[in-house]
Design a protein around this ligand. Structure first.
Ligand SMILES: [Zn+2]
Length: 303
């Protein structure tokens, strides 16, 4: 009996040590790819909905998916906005799971906010999120989680004037409703502005508390508990329409982009450029996401 326990420990212990290193080295590679993809996305210039650059970015995202053997789904629609009707398109990729009975959905926005007065490329807001999710695709494919992983890239997150009932979240409002028709949803994970150099994840009002517990556990395991803010914050973002539909939502977002006070001095300025985002932050969030999915996967594999 003792021998058996010893052998079991021997087999588990090295595995766990290498697990930690493995997570870090894999995440660093993903951070590096995500940084390059961010550069690529912003190289097209400002990409407000229905612009030429926006279309080019869509095409690039489609190509990137193809490289990973995935077929993009496009959901075009007309959004009624304060500046009139605007043609928008939500995009998604699905990485099939080993069982594929349900799904974990990631939500990020790929357009940049429309500005007349400044040149705004939105490296952090939110090219970096799109870049990170695309960079994670090969890991999702290798991991063979039980569930499908859906990467939903939203159009029209940004308001034309001011976020309110009728302005902003054009894509996610539609996508959230549409998502109720597909496979059951184990979790919706919003990702926004995670490239900030001084990464501090907010605790967004309305998120699912058991998902928050999982996030806390992941950060504990990474010895990075300080990444999560102590205080709750009521913030509207692409995750909000999913919260309104009572889906289990987690939101990975930094809302102190430059400085310590929300929204940060760099938010929605022409300084939202590659120089102001951090590859290390992208790697950290990559590790958080991989560990979260492993944890979500384990919970059903145990059942
Ligand atoms: Zn924004």
């Amino acid at each position: 009996m003792k021998k058996k326990i010893f052998l079991a420990l021997l087999s588990i212990f090295p595995l766990c040590v290498s697990c930690k290193n493995q997570h870090q080295s894999v995440s660093q590679k993903i951070g590096s790819s995500a940084y390059e993809y961010t550069k690529k996305i912003i190289s097209y210039g400002p990409r407000p909905p229905a612009s030429q650059a926006h279309l080019r970015v869509q095409e690039w995202i489609e190509e990137k998916g193809k490289e990973f053997g995935l077929v993009i789904k496009k959901y075009p629609f007309e959004a009624s906005t304060p500046i009139g009707n605007v043609a928008m398109t939500n995009l998604s990729f699905v990485v099939p799971g080993a069982k594929g009975l349900d799904r974990v959905m990631f939500v990020a926005h790929y357009e940049s906010k429309t500005f007349d007065s400044i040149r705004f490329v939105g490296a952090n807001d939110a090219a970096s999120s799109v870049a990170l999710l695309l960079a994670l695709i090969p890991i999702f494919q290798k991991s063979a989680f039980d569930f499908d992983v859906e990467i939903a890239l939203m159009d029209g997150e940004e308001a034309y004037h001011k976020f309110d009932e009728s302005d902003g979240f054009y894509g996610s409002k539609r996508y959230a409703k549409q998502s109720l028709l597909g496979k059951p949803i184990r979790a919706v994970i919003g990702v926004d502005m995670i490239g900030d150099k001084d990464l501090q994840l907010i605790k967004a009002a309305g998120i699912d508390l058991s998902l928050l517990d999982r996030l806390r556990k992941v950060l504990r395991d990474m010895k990075k508990e300080d990444l999560l803010s102590d205080r709750w914050m009521g913030v509207a973002d692409d995750h909000s329409p999913f919260v309104e539909l009572n889906l289990p939502v987690l939101h990975l977002m930094d809302f102190t982009f430059g400085g310590k006070v929300p929204p940060g001095t760099l938010w929605h300025t022409e300084k939202d450029t590659i120089e102001n985002i951090s590859q290390e932050s992208l790697s950290t969030v990559a590790e958080v996401i991989i560990r979260l999915l492993e944890d979500l996967d384990k919970s059903t594999k145990r059942e």
